[in-house]
Design a protein around this ligand. Sequence first.
Ligand code: SF4
Ligand code: SF4
Length: 442
Amino acid sequence: MTVTFKRGVHLNYSNKKATRALSVRDFVSEEVRLITSMHIGAPSTPCVKKGDHVLMGQVIAEPVGFLGIPVHASVSGEVTNVGMIPYIGEANVQCITIANDFKDEWVELKPLGDVETVDPALIVPAIKNAGICGMGGASFPTHVKLSPKPEQKCNVVLVNGAECETHLTCDHRLMLESGEKIIGGLRAVMRALNVDKGVICIEDNKPDAIESMQILAARSQGISVQVLKTKYPQGGEKQLIEVVTKKQVPAGKLPIDVGAVVVNVGTCAAIYDAIVYGKPVVSRITTVTGCVKEPANLRVRIGTVVEDMIGACGGFSEEPGKIAFGGGMTGLCIPNTDIPMAKSTNGIVVYNDKDARSIDEGPCIRCGKCVAACPIGLNPYLIKRAADADKLDVAKSLYVNDCILCGCCSYECPSRRWLTASFKIVKQKLAAQAKAKGGNAK
Ligand code: SF4
Ligand code: SF4
């Protein structure tokens, strides 16, 4: 049976056609630039210097703090620079540049063996050591997600294969081409959390992936496939949990508070590689599409520069207006093509000048379409009024911190009000306020 959540929006997914039938293609560049802040949490600390020779999979930046994960060399070769580079949001971030010697000489790997027989206590530490964070775009460190407090019990692991964003097809291709890794990674997570139920969630616009994963799931104990209606943001954690478990994650709470853990399909595949082969995250599949001559799903080394990836896709097909990491609803504009992709970069979308043009916002006509679209059940036009007046306390009382920045309200607004963009700024201000007070934004 196909299921879905309340509200949300129906998007035009025709832009997926350019890449969804194309097999994943490998591309390896002459240089990689690995930033030390690819995950949510404190940046890792570089432990190599200019001139060092590094092996593929070698730790080049050590984790810092509770959320910390290491960064690994994604090629073998020589470190040519350790320094700051401008990145998304005008922030400067630390970056380690490696010139590829194209020998792919690996550091000594320490596989743990079969996912069904490995000691469950070793799984989460191995995930941390492999530098795994949410590959679906969230970049939250996976070992933290898989370390519930003693009073928190996980009953079900949901695997997010919804890929509800526009343009992106990398998860779709991964399910078709590496489904056994997804199943294996899920089994490892289930064993680490001592859970006997795993559900792979896929939207009904990917019938081939559904069929393929159903065949694999039938061979694996405790795993099933849940078909979801195609609707945005079906892949949101709270929406997936509501649909599959019939439980709502309360405001300010986490999925584990209702007994669920959600991991992306790409994260599952990375977990499989970490356990079975001892391999850290050194590559991923990224959809490169929009105004490029040969749209593709490229398997690239982490730290590949955008310009090289666009070159691998034949270059621009027309003058670009803007380029974003991620799909059309939640993608982040990048400042230039000289920056590298990261572990969570699931897509690079090039828009032409017409599609990139921003539209002036009009007045609110109180039509209520934003309210009808919000999957969280918020009141976007009231939050926007508070945001425009810089009344942070009012916005907070309207639960702006529960906004998942999905963009549904902005998408539906006939006056093109900059709702989601305003809410992002308000959330950032509230987080800064809470940090200054030494507390939590919630
Ligand atoms: S961006 Fe926030 S307020 Fe707007 S629809 Fe999404 S969750 Fe609701
Ligand atoms: S959709 Fe736009 S115009 Fe309509 S109520 Fe919401 S903010 Fe106002």
